[in-house]
Design a protein around this ligand. Structure first.
Ligand SMILES: NC(=O)c1ccc[n+]([C@@H]2O[C@H](COP(=O)([O-])OP(=O)(O)OC[C@H]3O[C@@H](n4cnc5c(N)ncnc54)[C@H](O)[C@@H]3O)[C@@H](O)[C@H]2O)c1
Length: 287
């Protein structure tokens, strides 16, 4: 990949959480490929360092890496200070970390719920809170991207804690967009579908030891997949999934879809909501 210069992103500074693997690493590479400096944050320090080093070496952009646990407020605060002192600020923030815990609703434990919500929801909230001052201190194009999931548009089974957390990420993003619009800071919500990443493996590794082992029953994944209508190309590489991400972020698109066959499923929800509007308006005597 060569650096593509002379575009709106070139020379600006991106920060990506979960940049050590999968989608975060693909985002970091795409941004670096457009001439952006990149801060790589991950709880897996060697993985964050590897992403940052490869981008600096192959694409010649400034990079930095810092071990960051988005489940820990102090860790995120320290990461923001590190990025400010090394790269000099932040124009694009991707709060991308999300952990997975499969489980039927009556098998997910209190600890499962707390961990998934703490990392996926509060991790996203505190990442934005700690980096927002850096975006506010910059001029011109500034943007925040939050990683939700296609599960919000096409819910499946055995994913109660995870899907709840990703709905919360969307809710946070909708609020954030309204609040930051007057300041000229855009917000996009990314809804990735199935990707070939280390998601399950890295979630097991990132789970705090005091919560006990992460248990995924053998039939959880089968049940989840069986609930969905899957197309032939519904699981792709992270690079393929977000090949046009930066264009959408520069255009300040509120929603970013990556791939997948869930339009009909989402349409059924939209139709049901429209029908609820119709019933409500009929009841209240409005057209
Ligand atoms: N893989 C999929 O099919 C899929 C589908 C929809 C949404 N997503 C979402 O995409 C995002 C990226 O997932 P991925 O598939 O690239 O997974 P991945 O496991 O390949 O990458 C996630 C990275 O986050 C890091 N991480 C985990 N806990 C952390 C913490 N507490 N603090 C900081 N870093 C932490 C991991 O070390 C890992 O490097 C997640 O939000 C996930 O929920 C993934």
């Amino acid at each position: 990949m060569h650096v593509t210069t002379n575009d709106a992103a070139s020379g600006r500074i991106a920060v990506v959480t979960g940049a050590g693997s999968g989608l975060g690493a693909a985002m970091a590479r795409q941004f670096a490929g457009h001439g952006m400096a990149v801060g790589c944050l991950d709880i897996d320090e060697p993985a964050a360092l590897a992403t940052a080093a490869s981008l600096a070496e192959e694409l010649g952009v400034p990079t930095t890496a810092v071990r960051t646990d988005v489940g820990d407020a102090g860790s995120v605060e320290a990461a923001a200070k590190h990025v400010a002192s090394t790269l000099g600020g932040c124009d694009l923030l991707c709060a991308n970390v999300g952990v997975q815990q499969f489980g039927a609703i009556d098998r997910l434990t209190e600890d499962d719920w707390r961990w998934v919500l703490e990392v996926n929801v509060m991790g996203t909230v505190r990442t934005v809170r700690e980096f927002l001052p850096l975006l506010r201190a910059r001029n011109g194009w500034r943007h925040i991207a939050l990683t939700s999931s296609s599960g919000v548009l096409d819910p499946s089974v055995r994913l109660g804690a995870y899907q709840t957390s990703k709905f919360a990420v969307m809710g946070f993003g909708e609020t954030l967009r309204e609040e930051l619009a007057p300041e000229g800071i855009g917000v996009s919500i990314v809804f990735p579908a199935g990707m070939m990443t280390r998601h399950l493996e890295s979630s097991v590794l990132a789970r705090p030891a005091d919560l006990g082992e992460s248990v995924t029953m053998p039939d959880d994944i089968d049940a989840m997949l069986g609930h969905r209508t899957m197309g032939a190309d519904d699981v792709v590489t992270a690079e393929d999934a977000i090949s046009t991400l930066l264009d959408d972020l520069l255009a300040d698109e509120p929603y970013v879809l990556t791939h997948g066959s869930y339009r009909a499923s989402y349409g059924r929800r939209r139709d049901a909501m429209e029908a609820a509007f119709d019933r409500m308006e009929a009841r209240r005597g409005r057209p």
